[in-house]
Design a protein around this ligand. Structure first.
Ligand code: FAD
Length: 564
């Protein structure tokens, strides 16, 4: 028997659900309502129109209503807003935004994929500023045209999440002067503070005025005023401080809202109404690691949830194994990927954890395009269960985060990482991949083979005049070293170890952490008990210190930075 399916929202989740429903039921009636003028556009590619990487705004649109009709027999109604849901009658009220006509449409099943809306806070003077948000093709086209017409002296992006970062990058690539304001002490909050410093450096190195830990308190004509008193002359403002789930019609219809403020759904993405499903940015999902609900406004989950809903409607079993949150972003010459939990999240949870930070090469070191890979692995103690990873570098980082994402989904431990068989040839990686290597370090740490401290603690150690041992070679030391560090190269340490005091803690570093680990083991073998490996080595320390040194005119703890 023919069924009638209505879908609210015609982009990621909505279009995906519609297409899958058609594939599973040739004769069913499928109507997709979209209040905007376009369906099925690539939200994720919107920022790339600003740099001209995607030249025509129209190229952002992947499918139009004619194609939906022709290829799928789907009735995609653009400029049609669903105003309300009448659950008892199983119908929705719709307004044709062009004609003003209001009409009703009945359903057997209703799928909500209305997304989320950008937050625009009520900051004093906001009416005086040229504020833009980016949610769809109309928005990006409007912003791009405005910029090209008015040629602003500076554009300020407010919010250092991944959309703000992508907008910033594309504006810079288009030749604009850009300021980026973030109220937290760091951009990209999915990363831990020490990891993100390398990105802070990349942002300022590309000429962006990056302000962190400060927030906008007022706008004036062509001016942004920050809490610190700092004023930024800027004729265009892009607001990307976050989103809120679009729940108005669902709330009005009595559908249950979860504690995050997003729609509550069961593992089959059913709301508390057995005929209404919801997916995408509008819902909250279950985090298998925190065992709690959270919102995960990303395209991948929305698309897959939509497909699952169509499957469920057609009686297929779906396996919702929960979510962990995986994402990747490009920042000028760097790529940054993360998955699972970070330390900030873990600090609020009752989970005992440990971390390793390593900086291996992403390919065989002698290959011309080999790059440093800043890799952080987080795991549970004492089980070794993998909880999260962050990978930042100029090369391939998403492979590493993806492998860890898969490992987490399958409940892997750090011991599993040691033996993972990953693809290798010199242009792609190393025989022991960063993932295997992180598994070894984590395993050694968990078994108590050595102790470590974070690169973020080194400044404190320098201030306390602690004993810091540099085991790099002399030429490396001379090119830049920590003030007060003692130099004994690893190649000489076994002959000179008696110079190292036994009665104080010894903090050992090399360039990236590997030689210092060997030095730690060598000293331990000689009876030293208070030896610590500085994770990330001199590379990590320099990357961690650089941004704050430069932006706060702080006295460096190093004679010179080594960042390559
Ligand atoms: P959307 O795709 O936003 O679709 C919802 C649609 O519903 C909207 O078009 C809206 O107009 C319509 N609608 C709402 N209410 C009604 C109503 N009452 N009647 C009719 N229509 C209605 N995710 C990633 O994973 N990777 C990325 O790189 C990435 N980059 C992004 C870049 C930008 C600039 C943006 C804005 C988002 C990005 N995202 C990215 C997030 C991703 O696009 C969203 O998570 C995804 O689109 C959510 O899908 P959805 O179907 O829930 O909502």
């Amino acid at each position: 028997m023919q069924k009638k399916y209505l879908i609210v929202g015609g982009v990621a989740g909505g279009a995906s659900a519609a297409a899958r429903l058609r594939r599973l039921g040739e004769d069913d009636q499928i109507i997709m309502f979209e209040k905007g003028p376009d369906v099925s556009f690539s939200n994720c590619c919107l920022p790339y129109h600003l740099s001209g990487k995607i030249k025509n705004a129209q190229d952002l649109i992947l499918m139009d209503p004619d194609k939906f009709r022709g290829q799928y027999n789907i009735d995609a109604r653009v400029n049609n807003e669903v105003l309300s849901i009448d659950r008892s009658q199983k119908e929705v009220e719709v307004k044709n935004l062009l004609s003003g006509e209001i009409y009703k449409e009945s359903y057997d099943k209703l799928i909500l994929s209305p997304g989320a809306k950008a937050i625009i806070p009520a900051i004093p003077g906001i009416e005086k500023a040229n504020i833009f948000t980016i949610k769809n093709v109309v928005d990006i086209d409007k912003l791009n045209k405005f910029i090209n017409k008015t040629k602003p002296s500076r554009i300020t992006v407010i919010g250092g999440g991944f959309i703000g970062i992508e907008v910033m990058e594309n504006l810079v690539e288009a030749g604009h002067k850009v300021s980026l304001i973030e109220s937290l002490p760091q951009v990209l909050n999915q990363f831990d503070y020490e990891m993100v410093q390398i990105l802070h450096k990349e942002i300022i190195d590309n000429g962006v005025e990056l302000v962190v830990g400060d927030k906008v308190t007022a706008f004036d004509t062509d001016k942004v005023i920050l809490q610190s008193g700092k004023e930024i002359i800027s004729e265009v403002i892009v607001m990307s401080i976050g989103i809120v789930p679009e729940t108005a019609i669902a709330k009005q219809a009595g559908l249950e809202i979860g504690k995050t403020g997003a729609l509550k759904v069961d593992p089959n993405f059913l709301t508390n109404d057995p005929d209404i499903y919801a997916v995408g940015d509008a819902i909250e999902v279950y985090n298998t690691l925190t065992q709690d609900h959270f919102t995960l406004p990303l395209a991948g989950p929305a698309l897959k949830q939509a497909r699952s809903v169509a499957d469920h409607i057609h009686g297929r079993t779906i396996q919702n194994t929960g979510y962990i949150g995986s994402s990747v972003v490009k920042i000028f010459n760097y790529n940054a990927a993360s998955t699972g939990l970070n330390e900030k999240t873990l600090a609020d949870l009752n989970i005992d954890y440990e971390w390793v930070e390593i900086i291996p090469k992403d390919k065989v070191g002698i290959m011309p395009d080999a790059e440093e890979l800043n890799f952080k692995l987080i795991f549970e103690k004492p089980t070794g269960r993998v909880l999260g990873a962050q990978a930042i570098g100029r090369g391939n980082v998403d492979k590493r985060a993806d492998v860890i994402a898969t490992a987490i989904k399958f409940g892997a431990t750090i011991e599993h990482l040691r033996d993972l068989e990953l693809c290798y040839a010199p242009p792609f990686g190393t025989g022991k991949d960063a993932i295997n290597y992180a598994g070894y370090v984590a395993s050694n740490l968990l078994h108590g083979s050595f102790k470590q401290i974070s690169m973020s603690k080194v400044r404190e150690l320098v201030e306390q005049n602690a004993y810091i041992l540099d085991v790099r070679e002399m030429d490396e030391y001379e090119a830049g070293h920590i003030h007060n560090a003692v130099i004994i190269p690893l190649s000489e340490l076994r002959d000179r170890y008696k110079e190292v005091p036994e009665d104080v803690p010894v903090y050992i570093h090399c360039r990236s952490g590997q030689r210092s680990y060997n030095a730690v083991l060598a000293l331990q073998a000689k009876g030293y008990t208070q030896v610590y490996n500085v994770s990330g080595g001199f590379l990590g320390i320099c990357a961690y210190e650089y941004f704050t040194d430069k932006t706060e005119a702080r006295k460096p703890i190093v004679t010179d930075y080594n960042l390559e």
